[in-house]
Design a protein around this ligand. Structure first.
Ligand SMILES: [Zn+2]
Length: 86
């Protein structure tokens, strides 16, 4: 039995040359990994990752937090200061 071997272009595992796809990672020898990614694209997961509260704190820069706090302070003081004068 003379089974030719090759190496998976994706994970470099040894796979039979005639194999349709790598048994280790499923790579099928086509340059379509990005197409597969788009086929599997989960818009809801993408939105949650980009805009979900879970990720929000890690995405905000410190200066953005400061700016938000400053604007909130200005807003609150702007609303409150006439009462403070009474
Ligand atoms: Zn592979």
């Amino acid at each position: 039995m003379d089974e030719q071997k090759t190496h998976c272009m994706n994970c470099n595992s040894e796979v039979p040359a005639h194999a349709a796809a790598c048994r280790h990672c499923g790579y099928d020898g086509q340059e379509d990994l990005e197409d597969d990614w788009e086929d599997d694209f989960d818009y809801d997961a993408f939105v949650e990752d980009e805009f979900g509260d879970r990720q929000l704190s890690s995405r905000i820069r410190p200066w953005q937090q400061f700016l938000a706090l400053f604007l909130l302070l200005v807003f609150v003081l702007g609303f409150m200061w006439p009462f403070l004068l009474l």
